[in-house]
Design a protein around this ligand. Structure first.
Ligand SMILES: *Cc1c(COP(=O)(O)O)cnc(C)c1O
Ligand SMILES: [Zn+2]
Length: 377
């Protein structure tokens, strides 16, 4: 069941919708209970938790084996941090968790053609999963996006439309196209969030059915924050974890509408002037679910933190030197850990997980430019 948070309209799950007739995004409601005995133990993907995913019984998921990614313990300035290597998902980013559920539903609905906008990873992910399922796909992306992601989109067979200007210009372009095609928006679709929820279930299972004290996540539109909050709520309701983790949400200092609002005690994203940032995956000026994201982080007892371009640059190198090759957006989580331990916000003893969301391999052009002086190329 789709439910509109603005006008309370409801739509049946069997009908394809990407927004309410009132213009709002929709939420997904289905009473589910997480049950350890229902885990498909020999399925090492998000679909081991299919009993809480949005697919109707009997429908086959569209999958490329997403999820069940490693957790690696690293010594970081004398402190232990657990990195969740979600950049090892099939398309090279955590987005595959959400895309797999969304595309499985599109397939079940019989949708044959979709449009989507993306700074890169969501588009690359959708291009791969629509290729897998035989759905025609058009991706609108900023012309400035990392080439690795654009090549990935085009080679998967999606039509790639490059939009000059900002990420917001891309949104305007896709909304025009959405007047005549289904808009498979990862930022609006609640089904995408259903998939991200598996990150919480997986973390808890991998950590021996417990929640870490804190989880550090990069936040643009906030799918990781919302997915983790929903997933850990399911686990708490099932009596499987004794506490909820603190969500530590990281934004780039150059684009921090949620951090600004959070720290000012406001409920809605703050209007901002967006600066340039290499963290392209979180450069969202006006996150549609911003209000929900702020509430989720507050409820968790967590915090918002911003990191500068210099701090991101340092974290990229430190991660790479530990064998973790990630894109700049993902390095923000490590940069935040450095900052918060130095400030004493993260105290010794508590278990901290940072999610590494996107692969460095897709951002090689940007990284080569950034570190030109350092590279023997
Ligand atoms: C999309 C993305 C994010 C942020 O996800 P939101 O849902 O926008 O908060 C973080 N890291 C990477 C690599 C991404 O592609
Ligand atoms: Zn509505």
């Amino acid at each position: 069941m789709f439910v509109c948070p603005t006008c309370s309209a409801r739509y049946p799950a069997e009908e394809p919708h990407w927004r309410c007739t009132c213009g709002s995004y929709l939420n997904w409601e289905r009473p589910v209970r997480f049950d350890r005995d229902s885990i498909v133990r020999n399925d090492y993907s998000i679909w081991r938790y299919r009993h809480v995913l949005a697919l109707a019984p009997g429908k086959e998921p569209v999958s490329l084996g997403e999820g069940w990614t490693p957790i690696v313990s690293v010594d970081w300035h004398g402190r232990e941090i657990l990195f969740k290597l979600d950049y090892l998902c099939p398309s090279g980013s955590f987005k595959d968790r959400g895309t797999a559920v969304l595309v499985s539903k599109l397939k079940a609905w019989g949708i044959e053609e979709v449009v989507e906008d993306s700074s890169g990873n969501a588009g690359a992910s959708l291009a791969m999963y629509t290729a897998r399922s035989g759905i025609n796909c058009t991706i609108y992306a900023p012309a400035s996006a990392s080439r690795g992601k654009l090549v990935q989109i085009a080679l998967a067979g999606a039509r790639l439309v490059l939009v000059p200007g900002s990420r917001e210009d891309t949104v305007q372009a896709v909304l025009k196209a959405a007047e005549s095609t289904f808009y498979a928006s990862h930022n609006l679709s609640p089904l995408f969030l259903e998939g991200i929820k598996t990150l919480a279930l997986e973390l808890a299972e991998q950590l021996g059915w417990e929640a870490p004290e804190s989880i550090i996540i990069p936040v643009g539109n906030g799918s990781l924050a919302l997915g983790l909050a929903a997933g850990f709520k399911l686990l708490q309701d099932a009596g499987l974890v004794s506490r909820l983790p603190r969500l530590i949400a990281v934004q780039s200092a150059a684009c921090a509408p949620l951090a600004a609002a959070f720290n000012a005690g406001r409920d809605e994203p703050s209007p901002i002037t967006k600066g340039l940032t290499m963290a392209e995956g979180i450069a969202s000026k006006a996150p549609p679910r911003g209000r929900e994201v702020l509430a989720a982080v507050r409820t968790s007892g967590g915090a918002f933190v911003t990191v500068t371009e210099e701090e991101i640059t340092a974290a990229i190198v430190e991660l790479a030197e530990k064998g973790l090759y990630v894109e700049p957006t993902s390095a923000t989580a490590a940069a935040a850990f450095t900052k918060l331990t130095a400030e004493g916000y993260i105290r010794p003893g508590g278990q901290v997980v940072a999610v590494l969301t996107g692969s460095g391999l897709k951002a090689t052009d940007k990284l080569a430019e950034l570190f030109a002086a350092k590279l023997p190329l």
